[in-house]
Design a protein around this ligand. Structure first.
Ligand code: SAH
Ligand code: SF4
Ligand code: F3S
Length: 471
């Protein structure tokens, strides 16, 4: 019987995509996806260590998985991702039921580690690879199913050389390395040929793509040297690719070519996730973000000059060591001035091995909590305003599938005949919920809708023929 696997994924989109790469590798090794963990013989946990809570989740998961491992003969348990990269062999010592640990550069070793585990070999493989070989992964296996047809992630660079003082990522993902442009373009063409219409380019500092190679005048194995803006231009020309996105950019790497791409490429979605972190220059400096609040606002302005309808979202940290009430108010002021459509706000969490973990001036937890809530309240208002300003306009969504939570309305009776709610994403990356109606709407399709209502977290759309009639 074919062995079945399941992968639990925590963390960012790079991790989600690494899990896809793992699933594909396992398919090529003859395994198949299980419907549930209970039916799996192989369970992989792809971990995140960005904040302490994320790391602790692994330890509680591993504790709870003792019974999973004991539940059937021959079950294999492996841990990968950012916690595994740092902890490696110590995880094996601490959790005797764990079979193997693999680092963020060692995905390709997993099928052989599974075979070894079946022979009773326990091991940790966490070495950093500086070789471009790590981008050589097999093509999509026919049995590999993506979560949303029509949409795919595409790695363009890996690692991070920025060393922001709070951040563990440079320690878990290693040095910055760009994938050869020829290999990116060839994967993009293959994806388009399989019906993918939307590509999200991935990298820890995605718009730093190519900068080291361009500076050194070295093409690597890539052939021609390319800036990120030029790469976007080439991807946009691939027949079938209708939408391009990228995440996460660093504010430092918005050069003329990238701004021009936003002005000139209709395929490039009018949304940029632009992490601000703090609005205080004093804190930005301690964070080693390498821009001032004014410079950040300047980048936002130039992006909007290139693409006037651009939606900006951001990441923010409250309670960084030494953050005063006045620093925090500076953050509120910049958030208001830029007018983000959405923001992910986090309480600072000290990470071992980072510069900030040694800094004095810890903000008391209740004060940090209060700042978090004040920031979230401000953002909720901005998000709702942004949603409301779009009611009455038309948009096009890429259909994802059923809505996370079907909307309950006053007129719902027991829900037996409630219409099917679907969700999609518009070009600004907002979620739009809509009723499927009688027509057949398949996930992955691009569907025009009229926006009829705004909610705090999403928009509600209606099909163009039904939306015109006033009620
Ligand atoms: N590469 C991205 C960020 C990846 S981490 C970038 O440069 O913007 C995602 C977000 O987690 C960060 O933007 C930051 O807001 C938050 N984060 C990272 N380290 C953190 C820490 N130690 N405590 C709290 N939040 C943190
Ligand atoms: Fe972390 Fe800074 Fe690198 Fe982003 S740019 S991954 S925040 S070190
Ligand atoms: Fe987490 Fe690693 Fe991503 S720490 S946020 S999974 S790069």
């Amino acid at each position: 019987m074919t062995a079945r696997f399941h992968i639990r994924t925590y963390g960012c989109q790079m991790n989600v995509h690494d899990s896809e790469k793992l699933a594909n590798l396992l398919h090529h090794a003859g395994l198949r996806a299980a419907d549930s963990e209970a039916q799996a013989e192989l369970l992989l946990i792809n971990t995140c260590s960005i904040r302490e809570k994320a790391e602790h989740r692994l330890y509680s998961d591993l504790g709870a998985l003792r019974s999973w491992k004991a539940g059937a003969e021959g079950r294999v348990l492996g841990v990968g991702g950012c916690v595994a990269e740092q902890q490696g062999a110590s995880l094996l010592r601490r959790f005797p039921h764990l079979d193997f640990a693999f680092g963020t550069h060692n995905l390709r070793l997993v099928p052989s580690m599974v075979s070894a585990a079946r022979q009773g070999v326990r091991q940790a493989q966490t070495g950093e690879s500086h070789s471009l070989e790590r981008f050589d992964l097999p093509q999509r296996h026919p049995a590999f199913e993506s979560r949303t047809p029509g949409r795919a992630f595409l790695t363009v660079m890996e690692g991070c050389d920025m060393f922001c003082s709070f951040c563990i990522v440079p320690l878990t993902r290693g040095r910055e390395i760009s994938r050869p442009a020829a290999s990116i373009l060839s994967e993009a063409r293959q994806l388009a040929a399989r019906g993918v219409v939307e590509l999200t380019l991935l990298g820890q500092t995605v718009n730093a793509f190519g900068r080291h190679d361009l500076r050194r005048g070295r093409a690597g194995a890539a052939g021609a040297l390319k800036s990120f803006g030029a790469l976007l231009g080439e991807l946009a020309r691939i027949p079938g690719i209708e939408r391009l996105r990228y995440t996460s950019p660093h504010p430092l790497f918005f050069d003329e070519a990238l701004l021009r791409a936003h002005a000139e490429l209709p395929e490039l979605c009018p949304h940029v996730h632009l992490p601000l972190q703090s609005g205080s220059d004093r804190i930005l400096e301690k964070m080693r973000r390498r821009y001032s609040a004014r410079e950040f606002i300047g980048i936002a302005r130039r992006l909007r000059a290139a693409r006037p309808d651009l939606a900006l979202t951001t990441d923010l940290i409250v309670g960084f060591p030494g953050e005063t009430r006045a620093d925090f108010e500076d953050t509120l002021a910049v958030v208001r001035e830029v007018g983000f459509v959405d923001a992910y706000a986090f309480k600072y969490s000290p990470r071992p091995g980072t510069k900030a973990a040694t800094m004095d001036g810890a903000v008391p937890p209740d004060e940090a909590q209060q700042r978090l809530e004040a920031l979230q309240a401000l953002q909720r208002g901005l998000t709702l305003d942004a949603h409301r300003s779009r009611v009455g306009t038309e948009t096009v969504v890429l259909v994802e599938g059923p809505s996370a939570r079907p909307r309950a309305t006053a007129s719902d009776d027991a829900g037996a005949s409630a219409p099917r709610q679907l969700r999609g994403r518009d070009p600004y990356h907002r979620i739009v919920n809509f009723e499927a109606g009688a027509g057949c709407v398949r996930p992955g399709a691009l569907l025009p809708l009229r926006l009829v209502e705004a909610t705090p977290h999403s928009l509600i759309g209606a099909s163009l023929d039904s939306a015109g009639a006033p009620t």
